[in-house]
Design a protein around this ligand. Sequence first.
Ligand code: PGA
Length: 249
Amino acid sequence: MRRPLIAANWKMNKLIPEAVEWVAGIQRLLPGLPDAEIILAPPFTHLAALKPHCKNDSLKLAGQNMFWEPQGAFTGEISGAMLKSAGCEYVILGHSERRLFFHEDDAGINKKISSAQADGLKTILCVGETLEQRNGGQTEEVVKSQLQGALEGIEDKGDLVVAYEPVWAIGTGLTATPDQAQEAHAFIRATLGSILSPEASEGVRILYGGSVNQDNSRELLNQSDIDGALVGGASLAVEKFCAIIASLN
Ligand code: PGA
């Protein structure tokens, strides 16, 4: 019922020529891979250059962030409408690196989701606990309050994706076990049921993120509440990223 979604989050990596080569490479490989929605979130500066290389609808573009205001004197910021006009269908919001290094909080993320919806962008909302919080038995409490804060007053119009990314697993080589991830995803789905509606929560895709690679992806993607992956490090090499897509089989 939920179409699998595999997203590449390049973070602050690659220059434009290398990015164009990656896109050409994935377009060659995708026809041989299982059906899934495939999304690439490159740096902002690459979007307009990559758009003409994203043929048909097999590869979609996403922004890695945006600001909530539609325009104005906000030096260094990017609006949802700008992402849209550069060819994006999606935007990643609330990534833990944004929360940690740029002090983003749930209230600001909430404003960004509203603004993304107004601009017709779909949101990939990231949530997840730190190692300290997990060890303190606070995983569910933290994830629930992130979801409640970010989604307050938001209606799902089929444009919401959630990514569960335990902070301790991002870029560390540590992954949640398939059981740990499934448990968190089931909890997220139940929580979305109470925030949105039980029907809406059944339709929301919940991605796992945190050191996903071709060796661990199959077991993770096999879990009933894991609908895809948000991939950082292993998305930089196109063959490695495609091997993750292939493990959907
Ligand atoms: P990682 O990053 O795959 O390098 O752990 C995932 C993410 O931060 O989205």
